[in-house]
Design a protein around this ligand. Structure first.
Ligand code: PLP
Length: 367
């Protein structure tokens, strides 16, 4: 069997399939010169809110802005602390820092690799305002456990759902469990724009209105600025591409789930350790991450077989140079550090063929 190069993610196959439909949508945006915000963004907002089962969705220019505006909407600012997992993409922490607040890291669990709810309480101080849970790799964290703590200590709960468009927790889509849900539509995400984009979901009308103003220069009436705002609108072309792709998302997510199931059932090599999936978590497998004792050795072996996994993420947030001033050190969060040193992201995208999946599984079993 001849197998082409198998990358961790291939965006081309998907975009070839829907090219005509997306180009038709682009043509409408072009003819209406609706390039910034406007009707195409509004259409997508309505569709995405329905998809997430929330009352509102606000389209913005990327997922990092979504998190940033969420922090501002909740009034988080200098002197405040926000608890986040140490093992996340750095943008979760950026949002806290952008507001002048301090990210306070907690470890993940050793088996689900999601935020460890039992380690949160010891981090809560008089300055703590919020917890941002991250549905890492597309798998929901234990929302009820974290929400209980937030309720007890009167903290805001936010979901960083950047990797989890369509994931469900106890059968309910993520995005509506906390005050605000933050999504990224970066091209490589399960739902990715043809460009940069992000979104925020909420059931709170006040937050919704405030977010609409904040992303648009702090104005509700044109050229009257109620507060210092931002230019963080979603582009029309991006919005139109997302409206097309949203129709296919459930099918693409289901295909990823089928591939994940094969990895889980057919990879029998005990050297390969997989993420524990609690029964209440229905992941969309944005990434399929495994750990292995000697990561470099496995990657070299797979590369020789024309399989090119990736690493998400090689350095946990608390050990990044950008946060050296916070004074964390190696050993503070053993589970996050282990994951960073041993994680490997296997090929995962809807267009992987059954033969390619079989080849990856066979290669892993022969390792
Ligand atoms: C991608 C991502 C973000 C940032 O989204 P962008 O659209 O790239 O700005 C934030 N948090 C997590 C967990 C992500 O994976």
């Amino acid at each position: 069997m001849y197998i082409n190069k198998i990358p961790c993610l291939d965006l081309q196959k998907q975009h070839q399939q829907i090219k005509r439909e997306v180009f038709e949508a682009f043509e409408k945006v072009y003819d209406q010169t609706a390039f910034s915000g406007g009707s195409f963004a509004e259409v997508f907002e309505t569709q995405f809110a329905v998809f997430c089962g929330t009352k509102y969705a606000v389209a913005v220019n990327n997922g990092t802005s979504a998190l940033h505006l969420a922090m501002l909407t909740l009034g988080i600012g200098p002197g405040d602390e926000v608890i986040i997992p140490a093992n996340t993409f750095i943008a979760t922490a950026w949002a806290v820092s952008y507001c002048g607040a301090t990210p306070v890291f907690v470890d993940c669990t050793s088996n689900t690799w999601e935020i460890d709810s039992t380690k949160i309480e010891e981090k809560i101080t008089a300055k703590t305002k919020a917890v941002i849970g991250v549905h890492l790799y597309g798998q929901p964290f234990d929302i009820d456990a974290v929400k209980q703590l937030c309720d007890k200590h009167k903290l805001f709960l936010l979901e960083d759902a950047a990797q989890a468009q369509g994931a469900t927790y106890k059968g309910i889509p993520v995005g509506g469990f906390g005050e605000l849900g933050c999504f990224s539509f970066y091209p490589g995400k399960n739902l990715g724009a043809c460009g940069e984009a992000g979104g925020i979901t909420t059931n709170n009308e006040d937050y919704f209105k405030h977010l609409q103003s904040l992303r648009n220069h702090g104005m509700t009436v044109r050229y009257y600025h109620d507060e210092i705002g931002f230019n963080m609108r979603m582009g029309g072309l991006e919005s139109a591409s997302l409206a097309v792709k949203l129709k296919y998302l459930t099918g693409w997510n289901d295909r990823r789930r089928a591939i994940a199931k094969r990895y889980q059932q057919e990879v029998t090599n005990s050297k390969i350790v997989m993420q524990l999936q609690p029964e209440w978590a229905n992941s969309i497998y944005h990434l399929f991450v495994v750990t292995v004792a000697d990561r470099d050795d496995l990657v070299t072996y797979l590369n020789k077989k024309n399989i090119f996994p990736a690493l998400h993420y090689p350095v946990p947030c608390h050990l990044q140079k950008a946060y050296a001033n916070l004074g964390y050190k190696q050993g503070d969060f053993p589970n996050s550090e282990y994951l960073a040193a041993h994680c490997v992201s296997l090929p995962m995208y809807a267009e992987l063929t059954d033969d390619e999946v079989s080849f990856v599984i066979d290669s892993l079993n022969k390792y």
